[in-house]
Design a protein around this ligand. Structure first.
Ligand SMILES: Cc1cc2nc3c(=O)[nH]c(=O)nc-3n(C[C@H](O)[C@H](O)[C@H](O)COP(=O)(O)O)c2cc1C
Length: 187
């Protein structure tokens, strides 16, 4: 049987990447770094070469205004909390996808965009940039779609909160593969 001899750099990167949800430091997440990472991330698989994604970058200088606008779509008693939450990361990347006009295309487009996001997360981790894929209720809110000029045939797949960090979170163990893996047997 052919076995993988040693853990590759890629396998190590996949295992060691963590979602960075808090503890961002003040180092600026530059647009140029994000676009450089995306130049590689867009080599994700994409059915029909549809490449259904597009991005809106919210940098340190736009963040406060952005947070205020998105928070304003929440009921008044939640707005302050949501505004400060959206100000925690140093930058945010809004990932938008084309929906596709049937279920198959919708699934493929979401799948391709998810592959792209994982590429991005891994590449960012390699550079010491923390990312977390956020799917808070606001990404489904028509008012947020309007603010961000998301078109009828598009949806927001996530807000990627980004920032540099000093401490890594603990890893969360995965369910052992043997509990998830079977071999098909013909009776
Ligand atoms: C589709 C998707 C949506 C997610 N949404 C959120 C979210 O809204 N809030 C959050 O804190 N983490 C979110 N995460 C990150 C997960 O919580 C995280 O990946 C998980 O806890 C495992 O941690 P790790 O990424 O550090 O291995 C999301 C991850 C995925 C794949």
């Amino acid at each position: 049987m052919q076995m993988i001899k040693q853990q590759s750099e890629l396998a190590k990167l996949i295992r060691e990447r963590r979602s960075i949800k808090k503890g961002y430091n003040n180092k600026m997440v530059k647009k140029e770094i994000v676009t450089q990472l995306l130049e590689d991330a867009i080599w994700a698989p994409t059915h029909g070469m549809r490449q259904p994604w597009r991005f809106i970058f919210v940098g340190e200088n736009q963040k406060r205004e952005f947070a205020k606008k998105i928070a304003s779509t929440y009921p008044e008693e939640k707005q302050e909390n949501r505004e400060s939450y959206l100000n925690e990361p140093n930058a945010i990347l809004v990932v938008i996808m084309e929906k596709g006009d049937n279920q198959k295309k919708q699934d493929e487009n979401f799948g391709a965009t998810a592959c792209l996001i994982q590429n991005f997360q891994l590449l960012a981790w390699e550079q010491g940039l923390g990312v977390v894929w956020k799917t808070n209720p606001h990404i489904y809110d028509p008012n947020v779609e309007e603010i961000l000029q998301v078109q009828e045939n598009e949806r927001i797949v996530g807000f990627l909160h980004m920032g540099y960090f000093d401490e890594q979170p603990e890893k969360k163990e995965r369910i052992p593969l043997r509990e998830k893996f079977t071999t098909f047997h013909v009776e």
